[in-house]
Design a protein around this ligand. Structure first.
Ligand code: BGC
Length: 677
């Protein structure tokens, strides 16, 4: 049997066990399973002793096992999700998902509350670091292997936050007002594809309302779309305390919410009983909700293993190494005039180092919010450099130094790239700007390393410095990873998963209609007026020059895109695929990798379409002075749009242009294909 057959077989077995278990439950026991009565045990449900139903135990992610929810154990801290996405390497989310799941199992938990699959609508969102991208295609391409990796280890993944949860300002009360096409094409698409392809065992309902209804009682989103249309057979859990403002118990039951966390508000046994007696919901509805939980409990092995740790893989050297690898691959070199980087390891260089993030550790309890992992150790940039060059190479005088490196960026505290509040500005704090400008005045070899989880505007200092690298929040090995990249042990290969605007008002949610489009009007309605034109779709269509475009990132070597071709230029059906063949040459001085990006657009469309959309990509490694041929498979369905007349996706017939390049703004070749009726 292949892996798929084994999985199907396991699901069949689980189904019969879960149904058998359900048949033995009283109505009151079923009610009990819908929430957790274990107050103060924020992530754990109650057991039902009579039937030997164990507790179900969850823990936060997605940067590793978060300390507050992981029995206060120290675990491997991985780079932020945006850094993972910036690798554009599908093998890494799978490996990271697997590694985190092994650590989840090591502390006797059953489910990881990750990944976050929300789209970057505004660069100010405090949780931008926790989400993959502004682009649904890149998001799903990274979320799918992440979920598979987690679940291959017998741990459940939970896609969050469903749906249109795109800001932290008023996150518990805002109402995302979003039209049907935009909702499906931009904000639901990565959820959809991940549900269909990777079969996550849970989905988390969001705090916010979508078109007037809270995420956790949203019958259209949960029952009609997620369960009916996408065939999701796992359970929906509320975001923590997200049910508080919801008015009725039956709203949640009929909406499809299986598990209310962390304790009952709408799912108190008394309220459930009363609503049931009033026939506001049926026993079948309750059975369905409970069956979904039991199914997942069996899938996670909760009945077999209980909550005893299966092994102890926490902080294994392999996981730490993986964390460093992802950090290195995710870093994006934004500017490198006169090839200041990489630094030459043989030069007896004196280095001036400064900046608020030079010695800062980010892995602290709840720092950044619920995703905070506290690792055994965290190598700061200062420690990483010191390990490499020894402390005698540092000088306090920027003027005398061969190189100056400023570790700038954000603080990851509240309002500065963290859950519960959005950032107020795209700019760096004034003192950092002064530090950069003052240093660059006396030292022309000034490098800025940004440690941040979201875009930063640079117009006020970018021209003053030759080199800028963004390292994101790079995990416990951050300082070593940064040092390795600075010294060229590895050539940067990260590409931006989000557009960096020059100024905030250039970006779609901020360009018009303040405060209607962001952060919301007086009634806290946030009008998604930019529609489908999110991220580069907006910048490219409106011809607004970004600071750095989506998909952009430099390398220490040089690649030349050679000829490319599409063999069969006619595609018929949604399920068809076509292949783009690209030749790439590394003409530069060292081994490196490049991401071939494929974008598409249609010539004439019945509806508004963005100038271009990402439909495929591939990261390839090439030795210096070598050529490689690469095949990128494109699914025709990725050229489709969401048709509101049919309430479904439609692959519009017509001539499509297919662009090949290494960012949304650097296209080297193009082809045409025809989609026939
Ligand atoms: C966050 C979720 C998290 C949950 C449990 C909420 O505040 O939005 O992402 O999983 O808390 O800690």
């Amino acid at each position: 049997m292949n892996n798929k057959d084994v999985y199907v077989e396991r699901k069949r077995y689980v189904e019969s066990k879960a149904r058998e278990m359900l048949a033995g439950l009283t109505l009151e026991e079923k009610f009990k399973l819908l929430t957790s009565n274990a107050r103060r045990r924020f992530y754990v449900t109650d057991p039902i002793k009579r039937l030997e139903i164990p507790s179900f135990k969850m823990t936060d992610g997605p940067l590793g096992v978060a300390r507050h929810s992981g029995s206060f154990k120290k675990c491997t801290r991985f780079p932020a999700t945006i850094a993972l996405a910036a690798t554009w390497n599908r093998d890494l989310p799978r490996a990271m998902g697997k590694a985190i799941a092994r650590e989840v199992a090591s502390i006797g938990r059953h489910m990881l509350l990750a990944p976050g699959t929300n789209i970057h609508r505004t660069p100010l969102n405090g949780r931008t670091f926790e989400y993959f991208s502004e682009d649904p295609h890149l998001t799903k391409e990274m979320a799918i292997p992440f979920v598979k990796g987690v679940q291959e280890e017998g741990i459940g993944a939970c896609l969050k936050h469903y749906a249109a949860n795109n800001q932290e300002t008023d996150r518990r009360s805002s109402n995302s007002v979003v039209d049907e096409r935009t909702l499906h094409e931009i904000y639901l698409r990565a959820f959809r594809e991940t549900v269909i392809e990777a079969d996550p065992w849970a989905v988390m309902g969001s705090y916010n309302k979508v078109n007037g209804t809270y995420g956790c009682e949203h019958k259209y989103l949960i029952r009609d779309i997620l369960m009916e249309r996408w065939n999701f057979d796992g359970f929906v859990v509320s975001d923590w305390f997200a049910t508080r403002p919801i008015e009725t118990t039956e709203g949640c039951v009929n909406g499809g919410l299986s598990l209310e966390m962390p304790w009952p508000a709408r799912y108190k046994t008394g309220s459930l009983q009363k609503s049931f007696e009033k026939k506001l919901f049926s026993e079948e509805a309750i059975d369905d909700l409970v069956l979904r939980i039991l199914r997942v409990m069996f899938l996670c092995g909760a009945f077999e293993n209980g909550d005893s740790p299966r092994h102890d893989y926490r902080n294994s050297p392999e996981h730490q190494e993986l964390s460093r690898k992802i950090a290195e691959e995710g870093m994006v070199l934004l500017k490198n005039d006169s090839d200041l980087l990489p630094l030459n390891p043989n030069d007896a260089t004196t280095i001036f180092v400064a900046g608020p993030n030079l010695k800062k550790k980010f892995g602290k309890l709840l720092y950044g919010g619920s995703s905070a992992v506290v690792p055994l150790y965290e190598i700061t940039p200062y420690e990483g450099l010191k390990e490499r060059i020894g402390k005698d190479c540092f000088t306090d005088d920027p003027e005398k130094a061969d190189i100056a490196i400023i570790f700038a960026g954000l603080d990851h505290g509240k309002g500065k790239d963290s859950e519960t509040a959005d950032r107020k500005t795209l700019k760096l704090p004034g003192e950092q700007i002064s530090l950069i400008i003052e240093t660059a005045k006396v030292n022309p070899n000034t490098i800025v390393v940004l440690i941040a989880g979201s875009p930063i505007s640079m117009d006020d200092w970018l021209d003053n410095v030759p080199t800028v690298l963004i390292a994101w929040y790079a995990g416990m090995e951050s300082g070593r990873a940064i040092t390795n990249v600075l010294f060229g042990d590895t050539s940067p290969s990260g590409k931006l998963p989000i557009t960096f605007p020059k100024i905030l008002s250039d970006s779609p949610a901020h360009s018009t209609g303040y405060p209607k489009t962001y952060p919301g009007d007086e009634e806290k309605n946030v009008h998604y007026e930019e529609g489908i034109l999110v991220g580069y779709r907006w910048f490219d269509t409106k011809e607004i020059e970004p600071l750095f475009p989506f998909g952009f990132g430099l390398s220490y070597t040089d690649f030349i895109f050679g000829s490319s071709l599409i063999e069969s230029s006619t595609v018929y059906e949604m399920d068809d695929r076509f292949e783009v063949k690209v030749e790439l040459e590394n003409i530069g001085p060292r081994i490196g990798s490049e991401v071939i990006q494929v974008y598409a657009s249609i010539e004439d469309s019945a509806v508004q379409r963005p100038k271009q959309e990402l439909v495929g990509f591939k990261k390839i490694y090439i030795k210096d002075k070598e050529k490689a041929k690469s095949v990128i498979k494109i699914n025709a369905r990725d050229l489709a749009y969401y048709d509101i007349k049919r309430h479904d996706w439609r692959l519009e017939p017509g001539v499509y242009r297919i662009f090949i390049g290494n960012s949304s703004r650097s296209i080297f070749d193009e082809h045409e294909i025809l989609i026939k009726k």
